[in-house]
Design a protein around this ligand. Structure first.
Ligand code: SF4
Ligand code: SF4
Length: 217
């Protein structure tokens, strides 16, 4: 899931300067789980904006706002509230904010910072697990991502600088390669470390990415 944090309210207010009527969009998926753009946070934002003298013309939680067609449909159902707003405020990831901009064609403000692709470890605790490298090597490491867990993103084993299991770059973090080694040892698969992992094809990281599924006939 996409992990977000809400922008500081002062920053949101500054971005809304000169706009008095605001329509707020939240997200039923990731931003709800991150507690940045669910119903509770959207209602809180509405209250805070109103205290600052803004008029909230309406709000909606879309399932999910990064789905452009769904967002267009939902915003059409709220046409008068959207049309009477000077701007949209989106409490979701950057993908959601841009989809709302495209669906509404209105001045759209991001209410969140998009942080990383992660997992929920427990309630309110999120950790990065994938750096979207496009060529997944989890098979070789049996499920731990070296690119994300190793601070230097090394593909073929550790840098040698770890101390007592901690990373030389950030002693607060476990050395990703020591975690991988221990895991492979437990599985009896240490021989996998002898296989050289070729350099990645970084041309695949050129943005913006696009993926179009072939239609089945
Ligand atoms: S290797 Fe790591 S960064 Fe690449 S796709 Fe797999 S989990 Fe993501
Ligand atoms: S100490 Fe470990 S996690 Fe840190 S950069 Fe070196 S191999 Fe990667």
């Amino acid at each position: 899931m996409i992990i977000t944090e809400q922008k500081p309210f002062e920053e949101i207010l500054k971005n809304l300067e000169g706009e008095s009527k605001i329509f707020i969009v939240g997200c039923k998926l990731c931003a709800t789980l991150c507690q940045t753009g669910g119903e509770e946070q959207v209602k809180e934002m509405k209250e805070k904006l109103e205290k600052e003298g803004k008029i909230v013309t309406g709000w909606v939680i879309i399932d999910p706002p990064c789905h452009i067609l769904e967002t267009k449909k939902v915003l059409r159902e709220k046409e008068s509230e959207v049309n009477s707003a000077d701007a949209m405020l989106v409490l979701a990831c950057g993908g959601g904010a841009q989809a709302v901009r495209e669906a509404s064609n209105k001045n759209t403000h991001p209410g969140c910072n998009t942080l990383f692709l992660g997992v929920i470890e427990r309630f309110g605790q999120f950790s990065e697990r994938c750096s979207l490298c496009t060529e997944c090597v989890l098979e070789k490491t049996k499920g731990l991502c070296p690119i994300t867990l190793c601070t230097k993103g090394l593909l073929n084993g550790p840098c040698g600088g770890a101390k007592e299991g901690k990373c030389e770059v950030d002693p607060e973090k476990d050395c990703g390669w020591q975690l991988i080694y221990k895991h492979l040892q437990e599985l009896g698969k240490l021989e996998l470390l002898k296989e050289f992992q070729p350099a990645k094809d970084y041309s695949k990281l050129m943005k913006p990415h696009k993926r179009i599924l072939e239609r089945k006939t």
